[in-house]
Design a protein around this ligand. Structure first.
Ligand code: OOG
Length: 262
């Protein structure tokens, strides 16, 4: 199926206004059951361009469905990617405003800060590590625009992979100073352990996940850039939170990051 340019822009406005007005909407494949992944990425690109018209700037990438558990849950064999924009960046010291979100969930992630441009179609985890200046603990807040967080793969790709906010920890480390593929992780809500895991859950090593995204972009003649921040994918299941609650993700070696919701 090829989307007409009128139809793709209509979907862009549908998803963008849902986010702006904090409304859940019916998933788009209810109307377009044949929506291809290719067309879904096209909608995602136009959605980001729409945000750019309103002043947002691309600052990097996010990966999704990088753990086998999440892939099995969705019945898929591949990860997905979306873009991060500057207006998604949150800070540990600034509470996230629940009223600006729909039904947010927090995910534990490892962020990569990229120090050199990288493009290609056979990029390896080693290539990624060579251009990675730092890694840091991160919390991604996902906030699917779809009713009850229920969607198909094409839906979630079009919705920029549910991305909403991200918060980076203050301790940034050289990637070769930690065992990136074996970092134990504990995610707590209000001081009580909610999820545990290991960075190994992300395709064996989060650098593998970043390499996958670079190759995917490479297929489209694009790459990652110096200064990009890349969220390599959730290490465990996402957890929901409410106003007044806080989430902390603590990694072995890499330190911690905390998010507070108001
Ligand atoms: C899709 C995005 C999941 C991850 O890291 O797996 C994601 C979703 O579950 O809403 O960001």
């Amino acid at each position: 199926m090829t989307l007409t340019s009128g139809a793709d822009m209509e979907i862009v406005e549908y998803l963008y206004s849902a986010e702006k007005e904090q409304r859940e909407v019916v998933k788009i494949t209810d109307r377009l059951p044949e929506l291809s992944f290719e067309d879904a990425y096209l909608i995602q690109e136009k959605l980001i361009e729409r945000r750019e018209i309103d002043g947002a700037r691309r600052v990097g990438l996010k990966l999704g469905l990088t753990s086998r558990a999440k892939q099995q849950m969705m019945g898929v064999h591949e990860a997905i990617y979306g873009f991060l924009t500057d207006d998604m960046l949150g800070f540990e010291w600034e509470p996230i405003d629940f009223d600006q979100l729909i039904h947010p969930k927090a995910e534990p992630e490892i962020a990569f800060m990229i120090g050199e441009d990288l493009q290609g179609t056979s990029v390896t985890a080693e290539d990624v590590l060579k251009v990675t200046k730092y890694v840091a603990p991160a919390i991604e807040i996902i906030d699917s625009r779809y009713l009850d967080f229920k969607f198909t793969l094409a839906d979630v790709i079009a919705d920029n992979c549910s991305s909403s906010r991200f918060i980076l920890g203050s301790k940034w480390m050289k990637p070769d100073s930690v065992e990136l593929g074996q970092l134990g992780m504990v995610m707590s809500k209000n001081g009580i352990v909610a999820q545990t895991g290991s960075s190994a859950a992300v395709l064996g090593n989060p650098a593998v996940s970043v390499a996958w995204a670079v190759n995917k972009l490479g297929d489209a003649g694009r790459g990652i850039k110096k200064g990009d921040i890349i969220l390599s994918g959730a290490i465990s299941e996402a957890i929901s939170f409410l106003p007044g609650e806080s989430i902390t993700v603590q990694f072995a070696e890499l330190g911690s990051v905390t998010m507070v919701c108001k």
